[in-house]
Ligand binder design. Structure first.
Ligand code: DQA
Length: 167
């Protein structure tokens, strides 16, 4: 792929409070620190990224709608909207961009209601519980999904170096 891959990273409600919000769960990194890290990783990976945080569900939906045709893939941490927003699920399903769902915390190891994500089924991959590393891995995965990188790892198809077992 000759052109630069452009990813949109969407951060949902309360993620502007990173660093001060329940640091024992979400870590000490502020939203600015995360944006700095994402900027560094983007340069390293040769990606362009746009990171937007919003506390508004409507704005999040508009951003998803507007991403089609302007970005190559999405990385989405919808915060608590993960567990409530069918509208976000439908918005992601309506556009033809691959999306990766990221959660800083391991939502499966927390309250029962957090285990339900309405958006996982319309995302190509899900990264939970890895803190900021989840964003880095999502960017790498997105690059592979849009054909911008071949890390030489099995990713959906079997590499030719692995032969089929004999019957
Ligand atoms: C979160 C997990 C959600 O359950 C929570 O509401 C958030 C953050 C995470 O990144 O771990 O706001 O998405």
């Amino acid at each position: 792929m000759a052109e630069t891959v452009h990813a949109l990273i969407l951060q949902g409600p309360n993620l502007n409070l990173l660093g001060s919000r329940e640091p024992e769960i979400y870590g000490a990194l502020s939203d600015r620190d995360l944006a700095t890290l994402v900027g560094e990783w983007s340069r390293e990976l040769g990606l362009e990224t746009t990171l937007i945080q919003t506390n508004s569900e409507g704005e999040l939906l508009d951003l998803v709608h507007g991403a089609a045709g302007r970005f190559d893939f999405l990385v989405v941490n919808p915060g608590a909207l993960t567990h409530t927003s069918l509208a976000l699920r439908d918005a992601l399903a309506a556009i033809s961009l691959p999306a990766l769902e990221v959660h800083l915390s391991n939502i499966h190891a927390r309250e029962e209601w957090r285990r339900q994500s309405w958006i996982s089924s319309v995302c190509r991959g899900v990264l939970v519980g890895l803190g900021p590393l989840g964003y880095r891995l999502a960017l790498e995965a997105g690059l592979v999904l849009v054909g911008g990188r071949n890390p030489g790892l099995p990713f959906g198809s079997k590499p030719s170096s692995i032969s089929s077992p004999s019957p």
